[in-house]
Design a protein. Structure first.
Length: 254
């Protein structure tokens, strides 16, 4: 990044992997869905200490690469690297190994990559940082049941999410990514000892954009999410810190 980020003292505790935590900031992930390091830096500075975990996804990582991730980690932020790895086991293992060396706290792999790929990803993460949380992506939050039919799945959304979540956890993933709509079902059937990260979270009154399965922050946390990912409602707000604080209050209330 062209100028340094404000520095936070890095936390020594690993990412929360259950539904409960005492600090709502540990449950909020701010999505840096922008195209430049300068834009990301501006958001992080504006949010300040209202959040300490940031999602770096395909758009920003493709534009700016690993240096941005290193800068965020060096400044004391936690990074959720959301690149959704999905390839042959050796390729995914090599990519996860490199990601782990960047110091990220969480990363994603597509659960549909299967048993060998999931195991390779988990083993690669543990070989560098045993505290790194590997999350299995179940069904993208932009999809509905009609979309499932077009790619050959004939069960319900809940059935498909449950099947993929079981596969992820059975092969060593410490959590899953799914929409808020399936979270309560996963908690009821699979328990509390794993992370559930919910994209598709929008404060009441906000547009859904390209998300199909959406809940408010309070609803997602009440359903059992360990983390929620919020982007534009914070990053495009006139006062990002105030927007983040409003969401933290909803998390606390839930």
């Amino acid at each position: 990044m062209q100028t340094s980020l404000p520095h936070l003292i890095p936390g020594s505790d690993p990412i929360q992997t259950t539904a409960r935590t005492d600090d709502p900031r540990r449950q909020l992930i701010v999505a840096l869905d922008v195209s430049t390091a300068a834009a990301a830096q501006k958001i992080v500075a504006a949010v300040g200490d209202s959040a300490d975990t940031y999602k770096v996804g395909m758009q920003l990582y493709t534009a700016e690469g690993p240096r941005l991730v290193r800068d965020l980690v060096a400044s004391g932020r936690r990074v959720f690297l959301d690149l959704k790895y999905h390839d042959i086991p050796n390729t995914v293992a090599a990519a996860v190994h490199e990601a782990a060396q960047l110091g990220v706290s969480m990363l994603t792999v597509h659960t549909s990559g299967g048993t060998k790929m999931l195991q390779a990803a988990v083993d690669a993460a543990r070989s560098v940082n045993p505290a790194l949380t590997v999350l299995g992506v179940t069904v993208l939050t932009s999809m509905d049941e009609n979309d499932l039919r077009t790619i050959g799945f004939h069960g319900t959304m809940a059935e498909e999410v449950l099947r993929l979540a079981k596969l992820a956890l059975a092969n060593g993933c410490q959590g899953v990514v799914t929409s808020p709509r399936e979270t309560a079902m996963l908690r009821a059937k699979l328990g509390n000892e794993f992370a559930i990260v919910n994209p598709g979270v929008r404060p009441a009154g906000m547009g859904h954009g390209d998300q199909a399965r959406v809940m408010t922050p309070a609803e997602a946390i009440a359903a059992g999410a360990s983390h929620i990912v919020v982007g534009r409602p914070i990053t495009e707000a006139a006062d990002p810190a105030a927007a983040a604080q409003a969401i933290l209050k909803q998390i606390t209330a839930a």
